[in-house]
Each structure stands twice: as C-alpha cells, then as structure tokens.
Design a protein around this ligand. Sequence first.
Ligand SMILES: [Fe+2]
Length: 280
Amino acid sequence: MKPEKLSSLHFRPRQLSESPLRVVQISDCHLYASPSRSLAGLNTQDTFDSVLELVSSEFNTSDLILATGDLVHDASPMGYTRMRDRLEKMNRPVHCLPGNHDVPEVMSEYLNQGKVTTPASVRLRNWIIIMLDSTVPGREGGHLDAGQLEILEQNLDQNPEHHALICLHHHPLPIGSAWMDRMALDNPISFFAIIDRFPQVRAILCGHIHQEYESQRHQVRLLGAPSTCIQFTPLLEQFNLDRLPPGLRWLELGNDGSVNTGIRRLSTMPMKLDVNVAGY
Ligand SMILES: [Fe+2]
C-alpha cells in the first residue's frame, strides 16, 4: 500500500513564530507476537508499517506521535519489542498509553526506551498532554481509578497556564454504536467533574472505537481516530467491519489553544479484509 500524494489538507507551512505543536495520533495497531498474523484478514504488522510510511511521507514535520492503546493484541513482549523498534526509527518522541488488549506492565517494560515512552504527562511549549490509563484487567470496557483521576486533577491544577489535551483509550461518551458503547469508559461523571473545573482543557483524544469521530461537550472537543488496521462501521447496533482503509489523526495544537485536526488514511484498502468475522 502506497500513501497518497501530498495534499494541502495537512499541516500548514511552518512559520518561525507561533508555529503550532504538530501531533500524529496512531491507535489500535493490534500487533501480535508473530508478524505474520492477521486480524479479520488484515496483517496488522503490514498495515501498521504502511501507516508509519504515511507519517514519514506526509507528516514528517510532526513534533511527536501519540499511540492511544490496543498497541499489541496479544500483549506479547515480541509484539511490543517490534513496535518499539519501528517507532524508534520515526526519530521523534512517541508517547504511548494502554488499551484493553494491552497489559500495562508489559507494555511499559518494553515501550520505555529511547524516544518511545509511556509518561503520565508531557509539557511541550504551552501545552500539557495528559496520558491516562483507562484499562481494567480482564475487561473490555474502561474505568479511571482514583489514581488516574488524581493524575488528571493534579496535572491540570499545577499547569493552569498550559492548554490541555487529555488522552485515554476508551471513549468517555456514547458514540451511537450500542455494541461499542457497552465498552465505553464506565465513570464519565467522575472524569468530567474534573474536566469541567479546568477551562484550559481543549480536547480529549481517544482510541478504541476504530473510526473517525468528533463531537463537542461544552468547550471541549472529543476526538476519536481510525485504527492502523481494521475499521468499525459507525452508528450501528452490532459489530460490523467498515471497508475504509487504515489511517491516523493529525493535530495542530496552536499557541492560542486552537486545535486544527483531521484524518488521513492509506490510499488503498488492503485486499484481504474478511468482513464476515463476528468480532475482534
Ligand atoms: Fe482496538
């Protein structure tokens, strides 16, 4: 799969002053210990590599990459090691958080080296990016425990001058897909009770839903991303695979707190998608 040609839809020309922070979000890569394994007919290592090629060809001026969970489907050390090797070659910071298919302890053991890290928060220019762990062992749905809520609150409390981007794997509000909404974050009231106290929060970024998604709650944008492998059809009661190609979300975080963002996909759909699978 070759990425499409450069498009003016992407990052604006870099100005020396007031240049935004350029971010690429990749999500739900679902790698395996074996690089030859497939998910619903797609070789997840191949599609991951193709999305990284897209980053190199069209988003090479990005300042950092955020990886928002379900990075390795079988949570294997081999899968994480291969992912780290690939991401290290991107030559820019990559910050990772876990999804329900990951095992956070294994992930942080193998994904904390060189430019690839699993921080709770990072400050860059006048932005703070807060990376939350919404996983619960043995469960597909998400929950932010007291420790994670404290990380959120403390980082916001201590950085009132920084615009905030909050990242977590699970979607915090229903997206209109009944089957997927049964595995959403299960304590959004506690989460938003903190968010609502801090006007510097600009956007919430999630993975998990394998589809382009955008909505707004008060002044805060809620953004979801495609997977680097299989896509889920939006707004359906039951699991259904979409025929859209793998992709990524790009973001320009402005010094004024603005968020310019969009989705970019591979130009062609990998050939072997099996749309008849009943789940993932
Ligand atoms: Fe996923």
